[in-house]
Design a protein around this ligand. Structure first.
Ligand SMILES: [Zn+2]
Length: 607
């Protein structure tokens, strides 16, 4: 791409030459491009959605509807050719719909040449000009981007709110811009000695009015950049992995950026060891955007933060390099495999940095999942990212339940298997757009446990886990404990604590696993629980009067939504000859309703 940028009117002229190889077994008669910037126009799908959804994102609200002509995002395609022949195309909001002159056969290579004109919108969401911290240009989702065609066909999703999917490729981007600006971008700057701006130590004696910045990036599926005349550009050299480029406006509010490099070195060291090797030579953390958003080899984050907040957001966005950048699942359909896995990885790293803030590594994620699971708002993980009824349901599903689904696997298959699976998943599926089943198969192979039931329940339904101790009775042979199952089957672990201080440990696999995890030899493995039976009876040789308490879920890695029936402390004086201990379990407890804050309450949407 060749970009001629005019900072007076915030517009640029672009030429794009795209060499496209059809690696699919199908013949393509059409292609589609994303034109994301067109979302920032009054009446766009994003605008209407934001003004009608119950819990609008405050960053968007009704701001798009108020943009003046000069403030809107506009991406206009002037011409498009296939191997030199002009094509007919239709501009449909944020999607360009293209009829091909000649079909692209499997294995064919074609060249699409495009000319386009773009106006950068005022910063509303993720990208745009003049963000709230005063960064001039946050350039993400900024160019006409070919839609992905994969084994499930085209993914020409209009830009409504969230989540991205792209085609692997090599980028060669040249940006012509006023020399005052420092540019940060995906990729490696090819001409640092002509540019300066912190990219070289070579002294440049005469600086022209405009500079031409040439960046190249290999094996990425997107390209981001940002520009500001006041950026400080620090390079943190890292012998163990990628170098870090930090771009921020120096000042009191960004004072913690000076310490960011040391945390990033530790982050990538941990991630390389546990999640797979980061393959690119550098990673850039760029002040810009409206929070934190991930791109290949770079992130845009807001910069005015406390040290912990700055480290937290940087670790999260950096970990997206693994799940968004390299595994690159279609996050429109499997948002939890990106946001959930990323949050899981960043929870583990943040726990290393600030253990005092985390009573349990993933405690916050369990809490937030359980909160929505007990409300009326939960929607299944398999919901299309833009089609959740509320932003709350999307967030709780993809971030929180996405962490829980992964962490809870350690309860089913064991932490060592989870750790091995995460490495193998990366090694086998990086650059290949895996889906949920691809990940499930890796864990099945590593554990030799069948897991289709687990993903079926936890991805495709909102059924919850609620095991409880139901009844305890004593007879001549010892003690009988009756356990009760909730909606979803799971293996169950429990401890029996004796009055003399001894502890007996028990483990009941679910029949669906067709196997069991490797447990400590002291654990008593009981026969499988056939899931159709709501009850399971365990006979203990201890007299009930010798037991002080029974505790379920001792692994801690299980999202049982009702803790009240998970633990029983046996009363000291209990006449077992007369009474069973039957627990008053809240079985018909009404689902708690949560009120959502209405941000943009409107009756009718003016088109
Ligand atoms: Zn994220």
């Amino acid at each position: 791409m060749n970009i001629d940028f005019n900072t007076d009117n915030h517009q640029f002229d672009g030429q794009q030459e795209l060499t496209y190889i059809n690696h699919s077994p199908d013949t393509l008669n059409k292609v589609f491009y994303h034109l994301y910037f067109n979302a920032f126009q009054a009446g766009s799908m994003m605008d209407i959605r934001s003004r009608t959804i119950l819990d609008s994102d405050k960053r968007v609200g009704n701001r798009i509807s108020k943009l003046k002509k000069s403030e809107m995002g506009i991406q206009q395609i002037l011409s498009l050719k296939q191997n030199g022949e002009p094509l007919v195309f239709t501009n449909d909001g944020t999607i360009l719909d293209v009829d091909l002159n000649k079909s692209i056969l499997p294995g064919d290579t074609v060249i699409f040449s495009m000319e386009f004109k773009t106006q950068v919108p005022l910063q509303i969401r993720r990208s745009g000009r003049m963000n709230k911290e005063g960064i001039d240009y946050s350039m993400s989702q900024w160019y006409p981007k070919l839609c992905e065609y994969d084994k499930d066909g085209w993914h020409a999703n209009p830009y409504v709110g969230r989540e991205f999917y792209g085609v692997w490729g090599s980028f060669d981007v040249t940006i012509h811009m006023d020399a005052d600006y420092t540019i940060a971008a995906t990729g490696i700057l090819q001409n640092p000695d002509e540019i300066g701006h912190g990219y070289t130590n070579v002294l440049i004696d005469s600086v022209p009015d405009r500079l031409s910045w040439n960046f190249k990036a290999e094996n990425v599926h997107d390209f981001v950049w940002a520009a500001d005349p006041d950026y400080t550009h620090d390079i943190v050299v890292n012998d163990k992995g990628p170098d870090f480029h930090l771009f921020y406006q120096k000042g009191e509010k960004t004072k913690h950026w000076e310490r960011l490099g040391e945390y990033m070195i530790r982050t990538f060291e941990y991630a390389d060891k546990h999640f797979g090797k980061y393959p690119y030579p550098h990673y850039s953390i760029i002040q810009g955007g409206d929070g934190g958003m991930e791109y290949p080899m770079a992130t845009l984050i807001t910069g005015h933060r406390s040290l912990k907040s700055l480290v937290g957001v940087s670790v999260h966005e950096a970990m997206h390099s693994w799940y968004h950048g390299l595994l690159a699942t279609n996050e429109v359909l499997f948002a939890w495999m990106d946001e959930g896995f990323t949050s899981y990885a960043s929870n583990r790293i943040e726990y290393e940095f600030f253990p005092e803030d985390f009573p349990a590594t993933h405690g916050g994620s369990y809490k937030s999942y359980k909160r929505i699971a007990k409300s009326n708002y939960e929607e299944p993980l398999c919901t299309h990212a833009d089609h959740f009824d509320t932003n709350w349901a999307y967030g709780a599903a993809s971030y929180s339940k996405g962490v829980v689904i992964l962490d809870q696997l350690s309860h089913i298959v064991g932490q060592k298997v989870v750790d091995r699976s995460l490495k193998r998943y990366f090694d086998e599926w990086a650059y290949k757009h895996p889906n949920a089943s691809d990940f499930k198969r890796i864990v099945e192979k590593e554990s030799e446990i069948e897991l289709d039931w687990y993903f079926e329940y936890f991805v495709n339904s909102t059924k919850t886990i609620d095991y409880g101790i139901y009844e305890i009775s004593e007879n001549n042979n010892g003690t009988q404990i009756l356990l009760k199952k909730g909606e979803m089957p799971m293996p169950v672990e429990f401890d029996v604590v004796l009055k003399d201080g001894g502890v007996s440990k028990y483990y009941i696999p679910t029949v669906l696993m067709r196997g069991e995890k490797v447990v400590d030899p002291v654990v008593n493995i009981l026969p499988d629980w056939a899931w159709t039976n709501p009850y399971y009876s365990v006979r203990l040789k201890h007299a009930a009067s010798d037991i002080s308490e029974i505790q379920l879920h001792t692994s801690g890695h299980i999202a049982d939504v009702e803790p009240l029936n998970d633990k029983v402390i046996i009363p000291k004086k209990w006449d077992w000859n007369k009474h069973k201990l039957k627990l008053q379990i809240i079985e018909k407890k009404k689902k708690k309703k949560y009120k959502l804050q209405k941000f943009a309450k409107i009756k009718k949407v003016a088109l």
